[in-house]
Design a protein around this ligand. Structure first.
Ligand SMILES: Cc1ncc(COP(=O)(O)O)c(C=O)c1O
Length: 369
């Protein structure tokens, strides 16, 4: 093999949740990837079946139908939108384009931000902000003053809102402080990952309206259809940004990255978004309350408040051990030991329907007895 740059040779894939770790069809109930408890909408499945007729042709490289649906959904003109093969393609595209200076990330947070910057630019410019440590070692990236102080003059900030895996939601005002700091820096783009915000208790904290009002020239809002519409296997994500920023991101995405199946699924999901997301939020809110009520009563278990469709849980057991014990009972949770900033005792549990939630709470109660 010829010479490969060390940043590529040394690239390590980020670990994720998902049933596949245990083999498809294992019968394991998956709480490790945080997908809507309502599952894939039937109309979306029908649309994918219908689109199968078109697989003998290339998809539209401009994803015109999907961008049209996204434009109606977000209220943004098409030139402000970029579609991708899942939100993760946009993360890599934005990191490629804008991640050449210093990069600020919170800890703990979604691992692909750092991985993308490392792949394209190496890791030397990455700064992790761990927030204020409370005495119980719970971490919060809501130390806005600290974050603002670290906004780089030249580079990028990744904010996950609500944050994976903590479930913390920054208010729009808090995000604005970071956007203002970045706007007054020399050249700093801020990617606000809102992949879970449509399922949160307060979707109004979204900064999408700032893209609509063209308030910031350096803002990229990232969304995904994966989580809220139950489409992890089909891969549809998008960015909303000022036109010139969207143009640059578009240049760094891969041609035909949105398949005809993904495009059809996206159009169908967005066509009924109001109804689907309303029902999803109601279900998440009710089940989150149930799970937090149950888990917080179990001795040796700390269940963090969450503004997303998952909860971060700390127990006295090591996370791999707890994951193994639950897997032995047919339940897969996300061992969070590999998240920078967590101490090996945290697992992330997706909020599902009552039957599954009860099953997990019962099992945890039994294990911790
Ligand atoms: C915070 C966050 N952003 C983005 C993604 C990637 O989403 P997609 O499946 O649309 O690529 C994930 C997936 O787990 C995530 O947790």
């Amino acid at each position: 093999m010829g010479r490969v740059p060390p940043r590529i040779a040394g690239h390590v894939a980020v670990r994720h949740g998902g049933r596949l770790a245990y083999g498809a069809g294992s019968g394991m109930v998956d709480y490790s990837s945080s997908i809507t408890p309502l599952g894939t909408p039937p109309a979306v499945v029908r649309a994918i079946r219908g689109a199968a007729r078109a697989v003998s042709e290339y998809p539209d490289p401009g994803s015109g139908a999907l961008l049209g649906a996204l434009s109606r959904y977000t209220g943004l003109p098409r030139p402000n939108l970029v579609a991708g093969n899942g939100a993760v393609e946009i993360i890599y595209a934005a990191a490629h384009a804008f991640g050449g200076g210093r990069t600020l990330v919170c800890a703990p947070t979604f691992g692909e931000y750092e991985a993308a910057v490392r792949l394209y630019h190496g890791g030397s410019g990455i700064v992790r902000h761990a927030g204020k440590k409370k005495k119980d070692a719970w971490l919060s990236p809501t130390d806005i003053d600290g974050l603002v102080r670290r906004v780089p003059d030249n580079g990028m900030v990744f904010l996950c809102n609500p944050n994976n895996p903590t479930g913390d939601l920054l208010t729009r005002r808090q995000v604005r402080e970071i956007l203002d700091a970045a706007a007054s820096a020399g050249s700093c783009h801020v990617l606000v990952d809102e992949c879970f915000i449509e399922m949160s208790r307060n979707p109004r904290e979204s900064v999408m309206p700032y893209v609509r009002k063209e308030k910031y020239g350096n803002l990229v809002v990232l969304r995904s259809l994966t989580k809220s519409f139950g489409l992890p296997g089909i891969r549809v994500g998008y960015a909303a940004a000022p036109r010139d920023v969207a143009d640059v991101i578009r240049k760094t995405t891969v041609p035909w990255s949105v398949s005809c199946l993904a495009e059809a699924a996206g159009v169908a999901a967005l066509g009924d978004a109001h109804n689907i997301l309303g029902r999803t939020r109601d279900a998440v809110r009710a089940e989150l309350r149930y799970m937090q009520g149950r888990l917080s009563k179990i001795p040796g278990v700390e269940c963090r408040d969450s503004d997303a469709n998952f909860v971060l849980v700390k127990t006295r057991l090591g996370a791999p051990r707890l994951q193994g014990l639950l897997a032995g009972r047919g339940m897969l949770v996300r061992d969070c030991s590999d998240f920078a900033g967590l101490d090996g005792h945290h697992v992330r549990i997706a909020i599902k329907r009552r039957r599954e939630n009860r099953m997990l709470a019962d099992a945890l109660e039994d294990i911790m007895r």
